[in-house]
Design a protein around this ligand. Structure first.
Ligand code: THU
Length: 165
């Protein structure tokens, strides 16, 4: 017999960036700054991500596109590669994302793509800590306490190596 399961997700939505906590607001500013460094000649969609490490250090990343489209990388993965390879002993406590087009910052808050969700999930697994997500738009934001809300029933190392650490 089957059993119905319901997964609820909980997040906070803000109608103004000024309502964000100070640390979150600062991280959105860093993500906005990072979006200015994107290389997005094909989509014109410039994304920035900023990671706050536990030490307080802020690491930034932007999307880097390629004429061979699948070789491009998103801002979130760019920032995570940067932080893991340069600060492997530190760990992310939060990541903010912002995106802009020629018309300015997107009106709606941007949400990470499926591949980025998977990579953020792996980083939570690697560090054993949840990563706070701050998704921002022109004057809107969503704050989510960890990736499990955006990636329920995630595939992780437990599936590859059941019962092992
Ligand atoms: N992109 C990101 O960098 N992050 C997201 O969360 C969504 C999409 C990039 C990939 C591509 O360079 C461009 O935005 C358009 O999809």
């Amino acid at each position: 017999m089957s059993e119905k399961r319901i997964i609820h997700i909980k997040f906070s939505e803000f109608r103004s960036l000024s309502e964000l906590e100070k640390d979150d607001n600062e991280l959105v500013s860093a993500a906005r700054e990072a979006s200015g460094k994107a290389y997005a000649p094909y989509s014109g969609f410039m994304v920035g991500a900023a990671i706050r490490l536990n030490s307080g250090k802020i690491i930034m990343g932007a999307n880097v596109e390629n004429a061979a489209f699948p070789s491009g990388i998103c801002a979130e993965r760019s920032a995570i590669s940067n932080s893991v390879s340069n600060y492997p002993d530190d760990y992310p406590v939060a990541i903010a994302v912002a995106a802009r087009t020629a018309d300015g910052f997107t009106e709606d808050y941007v949400s990470p793509c499926g591949s980025c969700r998977q990579v953020i999930a792996e980083e939570e697994t690697r560090t054993g800590r949840e990563i706070r997500l701050i998704l921002s738009g022109r004057d809107t934001a969503a704050v989510i306490s960890g990736i499990s809300s955006l990636l329920p029933l995630q595939f992780n190392k437990q599936h590859l190596r059941p019962g092992r650490p």
